[in-house]
Design a protein. Structure first.
Length: 64
């Protein structure tokens, strides 16, 4: 299973669920396809930050 905290597991084109910054308190997830990976480090404990094809920016919580 792929890990949402490891950058190499979230390449562009991946179908994911992300949590947007404004939704972190509620935990509401947004579904989409990764367009750009914004996290530069190899891993991040709260999830890799990505931009989805619709322009939404958030941290990956689930990979399909």
């Amino acid at each position: 299973m792929k890990n949402s905290t490891i950058r190499k597991d979230v390449p562009p084109g991946t179908h994911v669920m992300v949590v947007k910054k404004e939704d972190q308190r509620t935990g509401m997830l947004t579904e989409g396809i990764v367009k750009d990976v914004l996290t530069n480090s190899a891993n991040h404990p709260r999830g890799i930050k990505v931009r989805l094809e619709d322009g939404t920016v958030g941290r990956v919580q689930k990979i399909f």
